[in-house]
Structure formats: structure tokens, C-alpha cells
Design a binder for this molecule. Sequence first.
Ligand code: UT7
Length: 355
Amino acid sequence: MTNALITGWGMYAPSRVMTNDDLAELVDTNDEWIVTRTGIRERRIAADDETTTSMSVNAARDALAVAGLDPAELDLVIVATCTPDYPLPATSVTVASALGARHAAGFDLQAACSGFLYAYATGSSFLASGMYRNVLVIGVEILSRFLDWTDRSTCVLFGDGAGAVLLQASDQHGGLLGVDLFSDGTGCEAIIVPAGGTVRPASVETVEARQHKIRMLGSEVYKYATRQMGESALAALRNAGLTVDDIDQFVFHQANLRIINSVQRQFGIPDDKTFVNIAKYGNTSAASVPMALVEAVGSGRVHPGDRVLMVAFGGGYTAGGAVIEWTADPARALLAPGEQTRMGRPQQSLAGAAV
Ligand code: UT7
């Protein structure tokens, strides 16, 4: 039996920090509302010269370096994102080129905030089938370019980032133990960028009406997400033949601390088994789960032999849960625990800056 083991991991967060107070200068909001309703204190915003490809490459280079794999050995690059460089071509292809992955296939995968889990399951399947041996899976978003900075109900929630894992085929036990993927298109309008696709192609009118920006029916999504995160967690556990008590660390999609706390209460999951970093990054959609996983490993919460349950929920609606057995030595990471964030520039506040 071939297993898909995580042998490398990395993440990238842009160095520009936008605090809740910075946002209060743009829209009618305040730190207290944002913190109590979401748990978010600040988020990262990509610099003007950063792209979905460049952020992916930063995270991916670290993942490859941790595993010690030459990019030329990669068979496949999967990029999960809803904020690609272009509608055409796929971001994965430019990422593969920039990495020097000259023998790799590449495609993008769009399942909104659940994208990384879909990509992870897809990459694992390529390895389990015997087709490939080295697959790079990236979750990445530059959501700041799709936010309506006049809409307080959405612009305070999201941030930019990237996370990557290298999956390698192995006879050793571990990797993916159970997975469940879910979709329900009745939620199509609940989180949507209304224009720029075939339904409403880009026009002067769509730009003027801000229809290329994210719109969300927050409280509807909240109710659905709270229920579905629990369902997806249970379904993945069932497929793995495990229960909540068998899990050492839970890595939930970081959309809202209240959603995470609600799932914790539902299953009686203690805080020390629940990794949370939403305060620093906000909701980074497809990047949220891999960034949280990388930081959980970097902070010493995940050890070889541990079982980790990752759960995500997002636009579509989509959702997913995956139980993995962690096998790698966390000490292989490039940076010291607590310093997992790869940053190219000194931090700067965005107070008063136009974004
Ligand atoms: O990752 C994809 C999945 N996404 C999610 O899971 C997000 C799910 N939804 C949520 O996390 C929450 O619904 C939000 C954080 C988006 C909103 O929290 P809420 O407790 O559901 O608030 P609400 O939308 O019911 O709004 C409550 C009040 C409203 O005022 P009124 O009508 O009661 O006077 C809003 O206008 O809060 C107001 N409000 C704000 N006030 C200050 C909305 N946004 C803000 C804001 N600052 N940024």
C-alpha cells in the first residue's frame, strides 16, 4: 500500500500588517466589534508587487527545502485558490516554472475556503494510485484584491497568505487516514463574486457596481458553517474508523473564532488540542488550513505518530475533513518554533494607506 506522507511544509504571510484600528479608518467599525464577533485582531495584506504565484513560490520553496527535494523531481503542482493570477492560465503552471519544476504537471483547484482539503485529497489520490511520487499542494489567496473596502461586513474578515505541503509516496504507515468532501450549490449566492464569469462578464457597469468584489450573507453562512464543520469532522473520522478522542490536534478553517469554539463545544475538544491563529491572519480562505497546520507543527503541537483532523468550510457551499497521521520530524522545519512566518520585508502598518 502506498501512503502519501507530508515530508515538507512551508507558509508565507505578507509583511504588511493591517490592524483592526487601521480598518476603523476606512469603514464604520471598531476593534471591539471585530474581536468579539470574529477573534480577528490583524491580517496581512500583499504588497502591490506580490502575486498569487510569488506568494505560492515563497511557501513552496520552504516546503521543498524542509523535505530536501529538488524541484525537478516534482510530478505535480496543485494550487488551491479562488484568487488566481489570471482567469487563464492556471497559477499552478507559473508556480511550477518559477520553482524550476520542469517535469511537473500543474492545475488549479477551486473549492473556496475548502480548496486546500480538496487539493490535499486529490494529491494523495495521485500518490495512492501509483501515478506520481512527489506532489506539491498549495493553498493561497490574495483576497485583499477582491474585497470591497467600503463594505464593513466583509472587508474586516479576510487576509492574504499561502501554505504548502509536499506529499511523497511511501510504504511507511501514515498520511491520509480518512477524508470526506462535501458540496451544496444551494449556497451559491451566499458567498459570491457576482461578475467576471460567464453569467455576468466584466463590463463598465459591473466594475462600477463593484460586482467583482466578494459579497457574503454573513449570518446565513455562519449558521451553515457551524453545522457543516461538525458534520464534515464526523464524516472524516468515520471514514478513518476513529473517534474525536483519537485525535491529538484539530486544525479548523480559521473563518471565525466563534465557529471554531462552537465545534469545540459540540465535541468537547479542549483548547490545547485546537490550533487557532485567526487573530494574526483573519480568514485566508484556501490558505487558512495549511497556514494553521504549518504553525501548529512549528509551535510544537504536532509530533510524529499524532493524528491531526483538518476541517474546512467555504463558498459554494463546500466543506471537507481529513484525518492524517503526522510522520515527519517537526525539527526539520527551517525556522525556529514560533517563527514559522516567512517574511521578506520589515513590517509596516497600513494606517491611512489606500489599499
Ligand atoms: O470562510 C468562508 C466562510 N465564511 C464564514 O464562515 C463567515 C461566517 N459568518 C460570520 O463569521 C459572521 O456572520 C460575521 C462575522 C460575518 C458577522 O457576525 P454576526 O454576529 O453574524 O453579525 P451580523 O451580520 O448579524 O451583524 C450584526 C450587526 C449588524 O448591525 P445591526 O443590523 O444589528 O444594527 C451589522 O450591520 O453588526 C453590524 N456589523 C458591523 N458592525 C461593526 C457588520 N459588520 C460590522 C463591522 N463593524 N465590521
